[in-house]
Design a protein around this ligand. Structure first.
Ligand SMILES: [Zn+2]
Length: 303
């Protein structure tokens, strides 16, 4: 019966156009695709089962790209989060052209990316052409983002037809989340509100995900209010690494949320303006002396 169920699942996956060959990985683990379905919101969600990863024999490496952008590698897989953008925003970091081309062309090490995550559409986090090109040049990568992102990809990337079946639009309402397995990576996409009232309607997502035996949280540009965290009981998740914008780490309101509602083992401070690096580093370390400061492009942290 189990064989029959697996066979029918496989056939369904092929018919749905979602099956892709397994990417050669450093730790090859058997992955069984168990359910694929089209959601009401027209996004396609894939569920998979994969072997659990033992924390003891896993190395996780995190490479800073710019602002809130990182390349995270573990289990022979890579995740690019908020790392595919062009224009940027004045005062914040931009991606050097050489590095941007490598990212868009999916050249090593970025060819190992299996998951692209985008927190929101702002130009210092996302560019439709950059995401589109990376997906086009890396057929093993799938993307998860709010539906605003999927619409922008369709509108602004002329070859969207080549990649859109690998882009998952996920838009839970504020304080709600969707859980999924994509490319064998467990993800929880949480709708958290972006700072400033004009940005409240944005499809802004925070992500909880696991790779290399570590649980990580990336919260994007969210507003520092307990309501953005309380619904998700993050303090019970035993988060290993939290990627947090520096503005959460330099005042008592943010510190209370970090200490009471997140409780991460390691903090990576991000979105730091280059011309305020010294001041921000001092202020972050005043409240969180152990926090890692992400400031230098291609700076690498190994855990
Ligand atoms: Zn933003």
């Amino acid at each position: 019966m189990r064989l029959l169920a697996l066979l029918s699942t496989f056939l369904f996956a092929v018919i749905s156009g979602w099956w892709t060959p397994a990417v050669p990985s450093l730790n090859s683990s058997a992955t069984a695709y168990v359910a694929i379905g089209i959601q009401q919101d027209t996004s396609i969600i894939q569920s998979e089962q994969s072997d659990p990863v033992s924390a003891s024999d896993s190395t996780l490496s995190i490479t800073y790209i710019a602002n809130e952008g990182f390349f995270i590698e573990g289990d022979g897989k890579g995740i690019l989060i908020d790392a595919l953008f062009r224009d940027g925003v004045r005062g914040y970091q931009r991606i050097d052209l050489d590095l941007l081309l490598k990212l868009e062309k999916a050249e090593p090490p970025f060819n190992r990316t299996q998951l692209v995550l985008v927190t929101h559409l702002h130009k210092d986090h996302f560019d439709a052409r950059s995401v589109g090109l990376h997906l086009k040049n890396n057929v093993y990568a799938k993307a998860v983002a709010g539906e605003e992102i999927t619409h922008l990809l369709r509108d602004r990337f002329s070859e969207a037809f080549m990649v859109e079946d690998r882009v998952l639009g996920v838009t839970p309402s504020w304080k709600n989340a969707r859980e999924m397995m994509v490319s064998g990576i467990k993800i929880k996409a949480m709708r958290m509100r972006h700072g400033w009232p004009k940005n409240y309607p944005l499809h802004h997502l925070g992500f909880l995900f696991e790779l290399g035996g570590r649980k990580m949280l990336h919260v994007g540009d969210l507003e520092i209010i307990p309501e953005n965290f309380e619904p998700f009981n993050l303090d019970e998740e035993k988060i290993d690494i939290a990627f947090l914008p520096y503005w959460m780490l330099i005042n008592e309101d943010g510190a209370a949320i970090v200490n009471d509602l997140i409780k991460p083992k390691t903090i990576i401070a991000m979105h730091i303006m280059p011309d305020q690096l010294d001041t921000i580093t001092r202020d972050v370390h005043h409240l969180f002396p152990e926090a890692v400061i992400a400031s230098e492009p291609l700076q690498k942290f190994v855990f």
